[in-house]
Design a protein around this ligand. Structure first.
Ligand SMILES: Cc1ncc(COP(=O)(O)O)c(C=O)c1O
Length: 382
């Protein structure tokens, strides 16, 4: 089966009891036992649930992985992957990484005796200089947030593997519709399923996918112990969302390309960050590695921070809200939203000036999106 078909059919045969086309919702904390000699397939929802099981099968197959474990949030999934390390180990983290991952690495890992340092994912050879005798794991993501830089996944994996590192990759921004990092040798793919996989801004969830039985066992046991599990209803909603991932993603890519091309020509815009633009520094890598350029873009207003904020506050179709990957378009101002935990100095060091805005381009009519951003830019500069 191919991607779009797998999203609709893997693990989703007709319900054996009434032949319902949609899997029933098993909103039950516990399940009965026939007798004490036979353990039922599901006995307690923290350890497993039919709705979770179905969604795990679908996401594993979309990522070309053999196993998936679902979590109550993307951050719970990432923390579970990081928990493969122990006191005294060292983590190599890409400098350009999601703010929540940065927060865990900066504030929590050192309390557990785990050292962290950064490397540059655009220069895989930088791993050779950054690696230490106690380095166990490397974590990175591409396209990055908010600058949409694209690095060569296979190139990073190749150098990491020369040092025997476990490689974790956050595929939230691209989604499995646009790239499958396991095919490039990554050990564990992490997702915030909150975003493109669920796609409707109504669920918080996370996933880890792997082809390695031992890594799967770790994730499964960790979650059984910790209990950071998604509810059956959240899994049911995410399954409904994932069915349309392929066609949603096509429209996200088309709309984002149209908005990016419009912004690139706009007199009030200094710079557009979108890998689908031939002027983007990583356009060629993205062309080679991805099946589409995605729905995320960022742009720098050619004016002051105040004017950038006014643009964000003046859009009407783009909603001023955190998050990304839903069907509706969102706009965000990183210094007070997604990247608020960083200092201004840290943000500048990561190429996030106070004039930068980030947009998650939805599946509305692209002309409405273009007209909306145009009127917001005009009113901010009036
Ligand atoms: C790239 C990326 N990874 C992980 C997360 C965390 O996901 P969640 O909010 O579901 O915990 C986010 C959330 O914005 C994200 O953008």
């Amino acid at each position: 089966m191919r991607f779009a078909t797998k999203a609709l059919r893997v693990g989703q045969d007709l319900d054996p009891q009434f032949k319902s086309v949609i899997p029933p919702l098993y909103q039950s904390a516990t399940f009965g036992w026939e007798d004490l000699d036979t353990q039922p397939p599901f006995d307690y929802t923290r350890c497993g649930n039919p709705n979770r099981n179905t969604l795990e099968q679908v996401i594993a197959s979309l990522e070309n992985g053999s196993r998936c474990v679902l979590f109550s949030s993307g951050m719970a999934a990432i923390v579970c992957a990081l928990d493969l390390m122990q006191h005294g180990d060292h983590l190599l983290m890409a400098g350009d990484i999601y703010g929540g991952t940065f927060r865990v690495a900066e504030k929590h890992l050192p309390r557990h005796g785990i050292q962290v340092s950064e490397f540059c994912a655009h220069n895989p050879l930088s791993i050779n200089d950054a690696v230490q005798p106690n380095t166990k794991m490397l974590i990175f993501e591409t396209p990055t947030n908010p600058n949409l830089r694209v690095s060569d996944i296979a190139g990073v994996v190749k150098v990491a593997k020369q040092h025997g590192l476990t490689v974790v990759f956050d595929n939230t921004f691209a989604s499995p519709a646009l790239q499958n990092p396991l095919d490039h040798g990554v050990d564990i793919v992490a997702h915030s399923t909150t975003k493109y996989i669920s796609g409707h801004s109504d669920v918080i969830g996370g996933a880890l996918v792997t082809n390695d039985d031992a890594l799967h066992e770790h994730a499964f046991e960790w979650n059984k112990a910790v209990g950071a599990v998604p509810s059956p209803f959240d899994c049911w909603l995410s399954l409904r969302g994932v069915k349309t991932l392929a066609c949603r993603m096509e429209k996200h890519c088309k709309n984002a390309q149209a908005v990016a091309e419009f912004l690139e020509e706009h007199p009030r815009v200094a710079r557009v960050h979108y890998p689908g633009l031939p002027t983007h520094p990583d356009h060629r890598v993205a062309q080679r590695q991805m099946r589409g350029f995605g729905g995320m873009l960022a742009f720098e207003v050619d004016g002051s921070a105040e004017q950038a904020k006014r643009v964000a506050e003046s859009t009407k179709v783009f909603l001023l809200a955190e998050s990304l990957g839903g069907v509706e378009s969102l706009i965000g101002y990183p210094p007070v939203m997604s990247h608020a935990t960083m200092t201004e100095e840290q943000r500048l060091g990561k190429g996030i000036p106070p004039t930068l805005l980030r947009a998650s381009v939805g599946i509305e009519d692209s002309q409405d999106l273009i007209e909306d951003i145009d009127q917001a830019l005009q009113s901010a500069f009036a």
